[in-house]
Ligand binder design. Sequence first.
Ligand code: TXA
Ligand code: MG
Length: 356
Amino acid sequence: MEFLPVSQGSLLRAAEVLRRGGLAVFPTETVYGLGADAYNAAAVAKVFEAKGRPRFDPLIIHIAAAETLEHAADLSMLTEETKQKLSLLAKEFWPGPLSIVLPKSEKIPGIATAGLSTAAFRIPDHDAALKLISLSGGAVAAPSANPFGALSPTRAEYVRDTLSEKVDIILDGGSTKIGVESTVLDIMSDSVKILRPGGTPKEAIEKLIGPVEDNAPSIESAPSTEGGFISPGQLKSHYAPKTPLKVFSREEIINLSYKKGIAFLFFDSCARDEWLKAQTADTPIKEVAIRVLSKSGNTTEAAACFFETLHELDKCNTVNSRNLENGLEILCIYAQFAPQEGLGAAINDRLRRAGA
Ligand code: TXA
Ligand code: MG
């Protein structure tokens, strides 16, 4: 496996790997992707093996220009109204964290879409990703570059720690900007549906094309890994840290008292301050791992460091037998829900599944 910083040379290397049917990990604006040539069934099969991902989970097809949809998708079946929506969405949100589900063309092998006749397409808002896609053949099938069910990778090192034996090359482009995966949108029926909340907020989509349904199954109704067709982002337990995690409302978390081995993950610093105020004098505050996702309570800022913060806290868990800066051991994470607006919807979705 090669681990290289993004450069013209490493992009050419990675593109060559993809063209030969290998696996290349690359940065996007959301999270790192584990890519294969989307037109090569054998290469796409390797993605499922590397991730330990069930074959019933379809991948996202990354393209570098909307024109590629002419080859990779079959737009002939779409109604005029849907075509209109697609054109508006692509113009406004591509490149960017929005994956749109469309009928696939015959060129995309069934394994990439888990046998579905549709595929989710997106143009990532990341120069290195766009160059790699263009150099490699125009369409890269890529899930997030983490072992199935684990936290999504927002840094190349996380991928190296978990998948280095399974991939051919990892391009290091630093921390990702958005920090949560793309929003997955189904525009094919009359009512547009969000299948997975993500980096493009529902409000922004509604402003452009009108009402959108939330169709990500609630955590109570979401199936577990066993049985039936289900998309990975919809599984009950997903995006999970190794450390057990419990999620609380703002009211609940500020009233919880300190316990040894608990890390507190606050959404904003106001909540943290209220929690601190409520603690008794003998609480060993210095020994409590406390993290705040966004000081000012900004959901975009919080999303950007969300997975990174969970990765960091996970390192202090006994399962990893590594300790925090002051010798702290974290046995459980208590996390605060974000407000259900902007990227808060994506954070809350990930928190619920991490806690399931
Ligand atoms: O931001 C992202 O989307 C990242 C980066 C690498 O682009 N990718 C990512 O892929 O998160 P993955 O495989 O972890 O998640 C794929 C999601 C699933 O939750 C699934 O719901 C949806 O895409 N999906 C893919 N194809 C679909 C289809 N044909 N119909 C419905 N949902 C689909
Ligand atoms: Mg994923």
